[in-house]
Design a protein around this ligand. Structure first.
Ligand code: SF4
Ligand code: SF4
Length: 164
């Protein structure tokens, strides 16, 4: 099984997600649980294999699985992403996929106030006092700053698509 792994600019490796005034990750792992959520696009594959110093084939064999025709990160026996460590958070932070880098600034949470309220209930990292307008403004700025506006539905996670 092979996938094309393009080179990516240094500006698109994982950015610190704590540079937002409306969000500070508490590393609870809520968003790292559940099967089938973490799609690895070709760009993600290039980033994560660089971070782990593995070839694409090695990464796929050790940590990947195909679901619905897409490469995804496996979950462990506890139902969490294989890279999540209790009390430590993401063990591949610098190389994590765009869908992880974009959370909680997913399209639905930015365009829809009800989705935002549900996300705030779910994710303790979202500031309790921030308004939806502030969250949306900061989220758009964050996604733009870190190159997380997606364009290709076939290659990139739907959650990060904002410019359609
Ligand atoms: S649910 Fe929120 S606070 Fe918890 S790990 Fe995910 S982003 Fe961080
Ligand atoms: S790659 Fe990291 S941030 Fe993404 S689901 Fe896995 S542990 Fe969580």
């Amino acid at each position: 099984m092979t996938q094309e792994a393009p080179s990516i600019p240094d500006s698109e490796i994982a950015a610190p997600v704590d540079d937002s005034p409306v969000f500070t990750c508490k590393m609870c792992g809520q968003c790292c649980r559940g099967e089938g959520g973490i799609v690895v696009s070709p760009k993600d594959l290039a980033r994560i294999t660089r971070a782990l110093a593995l070839s694409a084939e090695e990464f796929i064999a050790r940590y990947g699985e195909m679901r619905g025709g897409k490469l995804q990160i496996r979950t462990g026996e506890d139902g969490a992403c294989i890279f999540f460590a209790e009390g430590k958070g993401c063990m591949v932070h610098e190389g994590k996929p765009d869908v992880c880098r974009a959370w909680p600034f997913f399209r639905g949470n930015i365009v829809d106030a009800d989705s935002f309220e549900m996300a705030r209930e779910y994710c303790p990292g979202i500031e309790k006092g921030c308004s939806h307008a502030d969250f949306a403004r900061e989220g758009r700025a964050y996604l733009t700053k870190h190159g997380l506006l997606a364009h290709n539905r076939d290659e990139e996670g739907r959650a990060v698509i904002l410019d359609d």
